[in-house]
Design a protein around this ligand. Structure first.
Ligand code: ACO
Length: 335
């Protein structure tokens, strides 16, 4: 009997645009304060892509990832882009990235699972590796949230930012390292708490949908907060229990960066020391599908992610969608 193939993350890369939108600048745009934003969310600033669509964030992240692995774009078999702010409904942003980076041998598609997009895409990518069908799958989380943010709505405009980040999946060189387990969930009952009302086939663009601001993010923050706290903590505890892990066994929690208070509740439930949580929400805000791979890439570049470490990725987003992935990290720290 042939041995099971395990998928491993073998490279990471990210891209954030240069333009910074600080809380102080937002104070001039809407009725808010730096103090409110920091205490309620943990966000101090976010990045804004001034020119181009989400593929302009995804493509440089992909190229950085390939550079870190030392391979050419033509070697990629599959490109999956997780996004809810695609350049356009079709073709997929993954196809646009393929063309931009010259990955001419890859087939490409997008995954839509909002803030859980990256973990859903990662697990999807793993299936191709584990089945033995493909050897190099590029998984990208990328969102230009500024394109669907209403900068006159203080409830949402303080929360979101733009970024792209990528990981490469390949067959693991060690059966004890790689993507070990996952739990993913959806509940469509969340459809009216967090969504973009207009632009799709239900409410195609008209003067009226634009006047009614239906092309921007709508969020009932309080309702989402309540379910996000429970969902992210529950699924993180579940993945630990399934793998007989205590807080002492886990080296890193990589949470979706929507709100520092949600992250903290999740950490407490996992019984983790605060020093084991990757947090960069203060610098970037909620970049939706990019938050988790952006953390992985930043921590690896800083030399803090080490081969053999146990890493729990955890997310909650629109849909509702939520999930956790256990990764035994397989890349040597960046020297
Ligand atoms: N500045 C000042 N006051 C504000 C602001 C602001 N930017 N935004 C809201 N307020 C006010 C509200 O109007 C409200 O005032 P009121 O009491 O007079 O009505 C008050 O502050 C409290 O508002 P809440 O919504 O109750 O504030 P809360 O503490 O819940 O924080 C937040 C809001 C940050 C949005 C929080 O609810 C949250 O993080 N929700 C979950 C977000 C999330 O996880 N989303 C999922 C991922 S996103 C995705 O999938 C695309």
């Amino acid at each position: 009997m042939s041995e099971r193939i395990r998928a491993a993350i073998t490279a990471v890369g990210h891209y954030v645009p240069e333009k910074i939108l600080s809380n102080k600048e937002l104070e001039k745009m809407v009725d808010t304060t730096d103090e409110w934003i920091v205490t309620r969310t943990g966000i101090r600033e976010r990045r804004i892509l001034e020119q181009g669509g989400t593929s302009e964030l995804a493509a440089p992240a992909a190229l950085a990832c390939l550079k870190n692995r030392g391979i050419e774009a033509g070697e990629i078999d599959v490109i999956i882009v997780a996004t809810i702010s695609p350049d356009m409904f079709f073709p997929s942003t993954a196809c646009l990235v393929q063309e931009k980076i010259g990955a001419k041998n890859a087939w490409c598609f997008d995954v839509s699972a909002a803030c859980s997009g990256f973990v859903f895409a990662l697990v999807t990518g793993c299936q191709f590796i584990e089945a033995g069908t493909y050897k190099k799958v590029l998984v990208i989380g990328s969102d230009k949230m500024s394109a669907i943010t209403d900068y006159t709505d203080r409830n949402t405009c303080v929360l979101f930012g733009d970024a792209g980040a990528a990981v490469l999946l390949e067959p693991s060189d060690d059966p004890n390292l790689g993507v070990m387990d996952h739990r993913l969930y959806s509940d469509g009952a969340g459809k009216n708490a967090l969504y973009q009302k207009g632009g799709g086939s239900l409410n195609p663009p008209t003067y009226q949908t634009i006047d009614n601001k239906m092309h921007y993010i709508y969020q009932d923050g309080k309702s989402v907060f309540k379910v996000a706290v429970i969902g992210m903590a529950d699924v993180s505890a579940e993945i630990m229990k399934r793998n007989n892990l205590t807080g002492a066994d886990v080296d890193w929690l990589v949470p979706h960066q929507a709100n520092l208070r949600i992250i903290d509740a999740c950490r407490e439930r996992m019984n983790l020391d605060p020093s084991k949580v990757m947090i960069n929400i203060d610098k970037y805000g909620n970049t939706t599908a990019a938050t988790i791979p952006l953390c992985l890439s930043e921590w690896w570049h800083a030399g803090k992610l080490k081969r053999g470490q146990k890493v729990v990725l955890s997310s909650f987003g629109a849909g509702y969608t939520w999930g956790a992935v256990l990764v035994n990290w397989s890349i040597d720290p960046k020297s």
